[in-house]
Design a protein around this ligand. Sequence first.
Ligand SMILES: NC(=O)c1ccc[n+]([C@@H]2O[C@H](COP(=O)([O-])OP(=O)(O)OC[C@H]3O[C@@H](n4cnc5c(N)ncnc54)[C@H](OP(=O)(O)O)[C@@H]3O)[C@@H](O)[C@H]2O)c1
Length: 284
Amino acid sequence: MSRLLITGGSSYLGQHLVAQARRHPGVERALCYTYYNNDPLRGPEGRRLDVRNGEAVRRLIDAFRPDVIVHTAGSNRPAETMDAVIRQGAEHVTEAASRHAARLIHISTDVIFDGRHAPYREEDRPQPLHAYGRAKAAAEGIVAGYAQHVIVRTSLLYGLEKMDRGTEWVVQAIRRGEPVTLFTDQFRNPILVTALAAALLELAEHTYTGILHVAGAQRVSRADYTLRLLRWWGVEPGKHVTLGPSDGDRWPLDTTLDISRAQALLKTPLPGIDALLPSIMPIS
Ligand SMILES: NC(=O)c1ccc[n+]([C@@H]2O[C@H](COP(=O)([O-])OP(=O)(O)OC[C@H]3O[C@@H](n4cnc5c(N)ncnc54)[C@H](OP(=O)(O)O)[C@@H]3O)[C@@H](O)[C@H]2O)c1
């Protein structure tokens, strides 16, 4: 790989991806990452970019001339700008990528599915239930119009060195003494963030195009997942944490991804959570 651009280098995923890319043979001198509000990495390769600004996206990509773009910017945060960042970002990055015939790896999510027909394969039709899922599904549609694309759908991201944002939210609520319900009826296949970063760098040098499900090898409930992580981080759930079902139809219940295609295609191992964090729940 010669020239790699990572959008959202300041994201939870982006920070791990940039760290690995810096050590990746051939990339160390041809790496650029973008941030918007914060640059926790403070690297010489960092550039501020608002992906909603098409002219700015074009200028940056024309100047850097990437061979590969990994577009991670566009999560469910912040809520106020989420929709525009995801949709316009995908549009602007895809348009600029096509001007340079760059390979475009776009990060998507399992919550484009309705959660009623798991496990989901790459061919399954997105049926999002909420605004974030709808925006990410729309972004996929934009990216899919460009031949040199890979749409990577993934699941909950967690790390063993840096706490993920979801767990951080639960820990803060526990510390404030607020009640938290950990859902026993929502199932995902979480992935170690460093494994996803490694898979993305492998894909950057691959010839595969199309959709690819890259997640952990094991289905687990949100409750089981969060309890494992709380124990890993040494946080006692205490009396404010309860286990129970989620509230109605607002969230997809089971968005487990079938990852058999990624397992066949990639050398990068995609371990399940049991391999990394033992369960403390009697039933999952
Ligand atoms: N986290 C998960 O569990 C999960 C699960 C499935 C899929 N994903 C996907 O993985 C990717 C990374 O998620 P994440 O949770 O790691 O992200 P995150 O930590 O929430 O970070 C969001 C990123 O978007 C950037 N951003 C916000 N507004 C922007 C704008 N106007 N222009 C450019 N960049 C902007 C932020 O930059 P600043 O911080 O500098 O403002 C930050 O880099 C996303 O595509 C997400 O959909 C995540």
